[in-house]
Ligand binder design. Structure first.
Ligand code: SAH
Length: 257
């Protein structure tokens, strides 16, 4: 085995091993499980290994397993792709490579293909994923994945936004970050996920901190007044103003009290 298990509770799965046995040994039953199928396992945990998500990974609040698509490649060259049927530019990931990788990697929770054609990822998606046991994410590369795999496994397609990345890895890390920070115990101050942008259909109010004056700019006096009711009212009004001005789409859809 050349791909040794990673530190911080992460682990790689090789085609030659029996992944389910390995996972049964290493993953705490209570941990939220992120499983990633990728041609670039070395890209993980990436930024998720830093700060609060990194500490949570070390403490076993979530677990990370990467499955290297290359290990399921065909022939001695470990080919994973082939030209598109019907012609055209680029390469498509083969179903007889991606299928076995999914079989080896798949865990509890949704099976998701990261895709610019997918349903847009939102805070609601993060909340739904965080409430479940985990997620298995397939990162595409090149022109994407053979459609038969997506159909066969009835994969959900989820998009990070209306733009095209070169691969699913950055999308996976962004979506996992948004999800993991909602898991119990990951953020020190749980209240901060209740008041932030997108949690109640509004963008967050502006934030200020020390010093009281910077470059001639002062803090809005209400914030230093000590009047909690007035502070709350100011924040609410600012959140509404920002949402109305910047995101009329969110403003129109906001939950009405
Ligand atoms: N030919 C495809 C794009 C392939 S981009 C198309 O036009 O739809 C290569 C890979 O990057 C995809 O397989 C996908 O896994 C990932 N990717 C690209 N953009 C993405 C996005 N906005 N959200 C999530 N994943 C994305």
């Amino acid at each position: 085995m050349t791909n040794a298990p990673r530190s911080h509770g992460t682990k790689s799965i090789r085609a030659s091993l029996r992944p389910r046995d390995l996972m049964a040994e290493a993953v705490p039953v209570h941990a939220w499980q992120a499983r990633i199928i990728t041609l670039f396992p070395e890209a993980f945990p990436g930024v998720l290994g830093q700060s609060l998500t990194g500490t949570a990974l070390k403490h076993g609040l979530w677990s990370l397993e990467t499955t290297d698509l290359r290990d399921f490649g065909l022939t001695k060259h470990r080919n994973v792709d082939a030209p598109p049927a019907g012609g055209g530019a680029g390469l498509v990931l083969r179903p007889d490579v991606v299928g076995p990788a999914i079989e080896a990697a798949r865990g509890p929770g949704p099976l998701v293909y990261l895709s610019p054609r997918g349903t847009p990822f939102t805070q609601a998606t993060a909340r739904a994923w965080a409430a479940g046991p985990g997620v298995t994410l397939l990162c595409g590369r090149f022109e994407g994945v053979d459609q038969r795999v997506l159909d066969h496994y009835e994969m959900q397609e989820v998009s990070l936004g209306d733009f095209v990345l070169t691969g699913g890895e950055i999308a996976a890390q962004a979506m996992l970050d948004a999800t993991i920070r909602l898991l119990p115990g990951v953020l020190g101050n749980a209240a901060s996920t209740e008041e932030e942008s997108h949690s109640d259909g509004l963008l967050e109010h502006p934030q200020y901190t020390k010093p009281a004056e910077w470059q001639g700019h002062t803090i809005p006096p209400v914030l230093t007044s000590g009047n909690h009711a007035k502070v709350a009212a100011w924040r609410r009004a600012e959140a509404e103003r920002l949402t109305r001005d910047r995101r009329p789409d969110l403003w129109a859809r906001r939950p009405q009290d």
